[in-house]
Design a protein around this ligand. Sequence first.
Ligand SMILES: [Zn+2]
Length: 101
Amino acid sequence: MPDMCPKCGLPKELCVCDILDRETLKKIRIYTEKKKFRKYVTVVEGLTGDEIERTAKELKTRLAVGGTFKNGIIELQGNNKDKAKKALLALGYAEDSIDIT
Ligand SMILES: [Zn+2]
């Protein structure tokens, strides 16, 4: 029995799920969340692995704000969606892959 993909049911050599997954991961979403005491945080979602740590550092430096990263998201203090996007573009991320919501 050939190796079948559990997701699409096609044989592994025809399956493109891995590629689709990678494309999806490249999507970066930027949005704000309101925290306690009317404080905003800007959330950058969609980065993985080492990239998230590196990018979190860069964003904090470039935006001159505090921030944290965990579980695949970066949280930056303040409402900085546009600045965060500009910084990501400067870091080499494609404009198409960044969604501000
Ligand atoms: Zn598949």
